[in-house]
Design a protein around this ligand. Structure first.
Ligand SMILES: [Zn+2]
Length: 497
């Protein structure tokens, strides 16, 4: 009997491009189909030939609707993948917003490159089109949490809440036949207390775990975060400035609005107008509202109950900004206000126009509320850049920059290790993916490291280690060369491809 094999096609030594392949004797299953994002050499990998023939994939599963986990699906389907793509209802709903938008952006970028003539390809082509994205949506097969389903011969899948964004799931694949092994993918793991979602569900029993490590070297400091959030808004309002919050269209906008409403209600933050300037964020907000009203299985029961009484996201000062003219008109408004706009790492979207206008004035504040990948403008601002380039100009940074990493949708080191501890018995091996090398390595060496909060401040060392005795291995970039894969049956040996 052939031993099942796990191959890392992406998210190895980096936080994007999640793509993993599980091959058994009878089936080939793809878990996640993400785009590479961030620095150019990474983005160029989206153009490489996929590691295997898309037509040979028997089933696919996607963990959640972020582009670095599902954004490559349209290319795969166009290139011949006819397999069903299993996921949750929440992810399918969000994918209907996210994927066509991604296709549209690709077309816009190609169009821009052709007009400006800066591409070495003539003509520059999009990675895929909006139409490809709509076609790919037809492959989605939404299913419930917690129900085991045979998705390919001998491969039994269970999705469990991951608490990261609406619909996000961990994926357990029980490889039947003679192998009888279970492999669990964390996808992206949420915090232990998302304000809207249920926390990540326990792993269950698993021989092999593939776990994200975005914040493997960080500890979020929650007590302080809401205070810092509130005081940054209050300070800015007192100066008569604007608070700009670059927010990921899915989930961060909801969490920011949720906290703002509560802080205003508690009198901790002045009641000023809030503009949500992102059509995609507004569409995602509508999906969240529907899921809460339902309520979906991953919505926290307290949130579902309180939503019957009040609007959780709007205390009466929220304006939804949909069209471009309305967005431009925000520049003419005076007086303190809050603008929430995408994209979250300031790599594109309407937020870039707001940044160009607001950064040079010291009365304003930019609040960073999510992970800022290397090479993005958000990361440059978080790192204290005095100047950033945008829309063809160098823009001076005089506005206050506040980095609130604890708003992140990703578990920190303690939460990642705590999730591993929920397994029924330690897994034989844990592969760390989806992290920059220093994060993965810090998590691998675990609690011995000095601890820092997500915004870089030192915390005292803790004593004691979790009860975990699994072997933990950090997957590095070489692993994704598609020539290196690991046997799920015999974890101590790497097999040639
Ligand atoms: Zn994610």
């Amino acid at each position: 009997m052939r031993v099942p094999v796990l191959t890392f096609l992406g998210a190895a030594g980096t936080v994007t491009g999640s793509r993993f392949l599980v091959d058994t004797e009878r089936a080939r299953v793809l878990v996640d189909a993400g785009l590479f994002q961030g620095l150019k050499p990474l983005r160029q990998r989206n153009w490489d030939r996929f590691g295997v023939d898309p037509a040979g994939i028997d089933a696919a599963v996607v963990t959640h609707a972020h582009v670095d986990h599902i954004g490559y699906l349209p290319a795969l389907v166009r290139d011949g993948m006819s397999a069903p793509v299993h996921t949750t209802a929440g992810t399918a709903d969000l994918a209907r917003i996210v994927l066509p938008d991604a296709g549209h952006l690709q077309e816009e970028e190609a169009d821009y490159a052709n007009r400006k003539g800066f591409s070495k390809h003539h003509p520059a082509l999009p990675l895929y089109t909006e139409e490809d994205a709509y076609t790919a949506l037809g492959s989605l097969r939404p299913g419930p949490f917690g129900v085991e389903t045979e998705i390919a011969p001998g491969v039994h899948m269970t999705l469990r809440p991951a608490g990261h964004i609406l619909g996000s799931a961990t994926v357990s694949l029980r490889l039947g036949d003679a192998a009888d092994r279970t492999i669990t993918f964390s996808g992206d793991l949420g915090r232990s207390h998302h304000p809207i979602l249920c926390p990540p569900a326990p792993i269950g029993s698993s021989d092999v775990v593939v776990m994200e490590s975005t914040y493997g070297n960080r500890f979020h400091d929650d007590v302080d975060t809401l205070d810092r959030f509130g005081s940054a808004v209050s300070r800015t309002v007192a100066r008569g400035g604007t608070v700009l919050i670059p927010a990921f269209a899915v989930d961060r906008t909801e969490v920011v609005l949720f906290h703002l409403r509560r802080l205003v209600q508690a009198g901790a933050v002045p009641d000023v107008p809030i503009y949500v300037d992102s059509p995609m964020a507004l569409s995602a907000l509508a999906v969240y509202r529907r899921a809460i009203a339902e309520p979906a299985a991953d919505i926290s029961p307290e949130v579902a109950a309180s939503a019957r009484e009040v609007d959780l996201f709007d205390g009466g000062r929220v304006t939804e900004v949909r069209d471009v003219e309305q967005s431009k008109a925000l520049a003419d408004l005076h007086g303190p206000m809050i603008i929430v706009s995408a994209s979250g790492m300031a790599t594109g979207g309407r937020v870039v126009h707001h940044l160009r206008r607001l950064l040079p004035n010291h009365n304003n504040t930019v609040l960073l509320v999510g992970y800022q990948a290397v090479g993005t403008r958000g990361r440059m601002l978080a790192d204290g850049a005095g100047e950033v380039k945008m829309l063809g100009r160098h823009v001076r940074v005089r506005a206050e920059i506040v980095d609130l990493g604890a708003f992140s949708v990703h578990a920190d080191q303690g939460e990642l290790l705590a999730w591993l501890d929920t397994a029924d018995g330690p897994p034989e091996v844990v592969y760390l993916v989806h992290g920059e090398p220093r994060s993965s390595e810090a998590l691998k060496s675990g609690p011995r490291r000095a601890r820092r909060t997500s915004d870089g401040r030192r915390l005292p060392r803790r004593t004691g280690t979790p009860g975990l005795t699994a072997r933990i291995d950090a997957v590095d970039a070489l692993w994704s060369a598609a020539t290196t894969c690991v046997a799920v049956g015999r974890v101590d040996r790497r097999l040639p491809h």
